[in-house]
Design a protein around this ligand. Structure first.
Ligand code: ACO
Length: 331
């Protein structure tokens, strides 16, 4: 179906748990140091959800905050997409739990899994529904409790991740605003580079899978790093080109927050000064699908994103997957 309506983001919201784990805290449980983590990643601390808290709890708070900034009621939402790799359970979807929690009785609801690219996949999917007129207001939430799936004995991974949730509403916006370009991609040949191997239909949970620690995140860090540096830079540039903009016309970059060195590669490719790139990984680490929407919400609340600004968002993740878009801010 051809595009009938112009889609864009009309509101943002986010939530991170209060509990802070610093690099110094981690140095007491694994063989690492604040100096190593800061130099290699840029991360200083991360937020961790309490044991009884699950992803839908974080997502629900972010969703309520987003409704408030959108001046919408829960009944105004006609679809909820939750991007997550850490759902409350295999099924029902975390999106259905959020739908119940916020009372969005008119909304369809489903989860979308594209790891750290999940939020970008989510808003681009949402935009298709808005563009055709099938939906008016789609709530897209990136939410993760990474701390529940991290092996706290593995220094290669446990230093990287944090918990949080960010949300947006994708709706109709005026001509000339909203999505100017959309980029999505995947390369399943890199599936084994970053995964949580057991607990699915290939390796259902057994005593053996637990003993072998296959229910934790496993990552080939340096291979993911090489892919990420190349992909973030190339896809950020692709998003700008497809929007028909020059690099000088980019006002702000919201990159996935995995590693400061990966973000720097994207920033340099777009020839942007440091103050045009939002960075919060020093405070939150990598929150997977939640990283971009939390960063976006903070940038909006700080007044760094204004109506008419051309915003580029770019991310990569397990799968392997990637996504990017350019949005002219509409509100
Ligand atoms: N503290 C101290 N030393 C460490 C630590 C640590 N926390 N972690 C690893 N090391 C050691 C390694 O064991 C290795 O030691 P060795 O040489 O004796 O074997 C050494 O440090 C160097 O390790 P490298 O892997 O070469 O370090 P690198 O510079 O590549 O940095 C990092 C590692 C930070 C993980 C980097 O590879 C990275 O950021 N990769 C991308 C990860 C990423 O973005 N993942 C998220 C994807 S998104 C998603 O979908 C979830």
């Amino acid at each position: 179906m051809a595009k009938l309506f112009n889609g864009g983001i009309i509101a943002t919201g986010s939530y991170v748990p209060e509990k802070v784990i610093t690099n110094h805290d981690l140095a007491r449980i694994v063989d690492t140091s604040d100096e190593w983590i800061v130099t290699r990643t840029g991360i200083r601390e991360r937020r961790i959800a309490d044991p009884h808290i699950a992803t839908s709890d974080l997502a629900t708070i972010a969703a309520r905050r987003t409704l408030e900034s959108a001046h919408l009621t829960p009944q105004d939402i006609d679809m909820i997409i939750v991007a997550t790799v850490t759902p409350d359970m295999h099924f029902p979807s975390t999106a259905c739990l959020v739908q119940r929690n916020i009372g969005a009785t008119n909304a369809s609801a489903f989860d979308l899994e594209a790891a750290c690219s999940g939020f970008l996949y989510g808003i681009i999917v949402a935009n298709q529904f808005v563009a055709t007129g099938f939906c008016k207001n789609v709530m897209v939430i990136g939410a993760e409790c990474m701390s529940k799936f991290v092996n706290w004995k593995d220094r290669n991974t446990c230093i990287l991740f944090g918990d949080g949730a960010g949300a947006v509403v994708v709706s109709r916006v005026d001509e000339g605003y909203g999505f100017l370009s959309q980029v999505l991609g995947a390369d399943g040949s890199g599936a084994e580079l970053l995964m949580l191997e057991a607990g699915g239909s290939r390796k259902p949970p057994t005593f053996e899978t637990v003993e072998k620690e296959l229910h934790y995140i496993h990552m080939d860090g340096s291979e993911v790093f090489k892919f990420a540096v190349q992909t973030m830079a190339a896809m950020a540039e692709e998003a700008v080109q497809r929007a028909g903009l020059t690099k000088e016309q980019v006002d702000f970059l919201i990159p996935h927050q995995a590693n400061i060195r990966i973000i720097e590669a994207a920033r340099k490719k777009l020839e942007l000064p440091e103050d045009k790139v939002y960075i919060n990984l020093d405070r939150y680490g990598n929150m997977s699908a939640a990283s971009i929407p939390v960063a976006l919400d903070e940038a909006v609340k700080q007044g760094r994103i204004k109506k008419g600004h051309n915003i580029v968002m770019v991310g990569f993740g397990a799968g392997l997957t990637w996504g990017a878009c350019t949005i002219r801010w509409a509100v």
